[in-house]
Design a protein around this ligand. Structure first.
Ligand code: SF4
Length: 236
C-alpha cells in the first residue's frame, strides 16, 4: 500500500506539518475557494486537450477507482503492447504516481507531465523528479521525461472551442538529465517524509511564508486556531 503520492510528497516538501495533517487530519482542511476549484477544473480541461495531442491512447484512470487495480491494469496494458497510455499508474518504495501521458518509443518510454500554467516552476521539476524516480524504480525503461506548459493563458485556453485550439498550445522541456541528477535527493526526501508520517503527534511547525509558497496550504485555518481550541477539537 502506497504511503506517499505525488501530491502528498509535494505537500511534505512545502511543510512537514502539512503532509502530517493531510495524512491524518483530512477533516480539518479549509474549504476549497472558488479560485482553487477553477484551477483544478482548468487543469482537467488542459489534461484532456493534451490527450488529444497524443491521440489514440487509453486512459487507465477510467478503468477503476482502486489504486491496486490501476497498478495491475497499467502493467497488463504495457505487457499487451499498448504504446500510449494516459494516467498510467506506478508504485515504488511506497510512493504512488500517475503519469499524465506515456508514449512508447522503440523499447523505452517517453513520459509527459502536463501543466496548465504558462511557466514551468521549481515545484513542477520536483514533481517530475519524483515521477521519474518511481516509474524507473517500478521497472519501466524511461527514454525521456518532458514537462509541458501552455503557450497561452489558462483562462483563454479553457474557453477555446475544439476548432480554435492552436497547434502550438503546449511548449515542452526535456528534464531527463535533471531527473537523473535528483534520484538520490528524491530518495532521501522520501525517507525524511516517511519519518515525519511515523511521528506520534503533529509536528510543531510554526506558520510563515511557506504556508503560501509554492501553494496555499489547505490547513491555514487549522494552524491559525488557538492551541487550546486545536487540542479540544482533536481530542473531543
Ligand atoms: S498552514 Fe503553514 S504551518 Fe500549517 S500545515 Fe500549512 S504550511 Fe504548515
Amino acid at each position: 500500500m502506497a504511503l506517499l503520492t505525488k501530491s502528498t510528497f509535494l505537500k511534505g516538501c512545502q511543510c512537514h506539518k502539512y503532509i502530517y495533517l493531510d495524512k491524518y487530519y483530512k477533516k480539518e482542511k479549509d474549504p476549497l475557494s472558488d479560485e482553487q476549484r477553477k484551477k483544478y477544473e482548468g487543469g482537467h480541461i488542459v489534461g484532456a486537450m493534451a490527450q488529444k495531442l497524443f491521440a489514440g491512447g487509453l486512459d487507465v484512470s477510467n478503468i477503476s477507482k482502486s489504486r491496486d487495480v490501476l497498478l495491475q491494469e497499467t502493467k497488463k496494458l504495457i505487457e499487451q503492447g499498448h504504446t500510449i497510455l494516459y494516467e498510467a499508474t506506478f508504485e515504488y518504495n511506497n510512493v504512488l504516481v500517475m503519469a499524465d501521458v506515456i508514449v512508447k518509443d522503440d523499447k523505452e518510454w517517453k513520459i509527459y507531465e502536463i501543466k496548465s500554467s504558462q511557466k514551468i516552476s521549481v515545484t513542477n521539476r520536483t514533481d517530475a523528479a519524483l515521477q521519474y524516480y518511481v516509474i524507473k524504480g517500478s521497472g519501466l525503461p524511461i527514454k525521456e521525461f518532458h514537462l509541458s506548459c501552455l503557450n497561452y493563458p489558462r483562462t483563454e485556453v479553457i474557453e477555446m472551442k475544439a476548432e480554435e485550439i492552436p497547434s502550438n498550445l503546449f511548449q515542452f522541456e526535456d528534464v531527463t538529465s535533471f531527473c537523473k541528477e535528483q534520484l538520490t535527493i528524491v530518495e532521501e526526501k522520501i525517507k525524511d517524509l516517511k519519518t515525519t508520517l511515523a511521528l506520534p503527534s503533529i509536528p510543531s511547525t510554526p506558520t510563515g511564508d511557506h504556508c503560501n509558497s509554492p501553494y496555499t496550504c489547505e490547513f491555514i485555518g487549522f494552524c491559525n486556531r488557538p492551541q487550546q481550541e486545536i487540542n479540544e477539537g482533536l481530542f473531543s
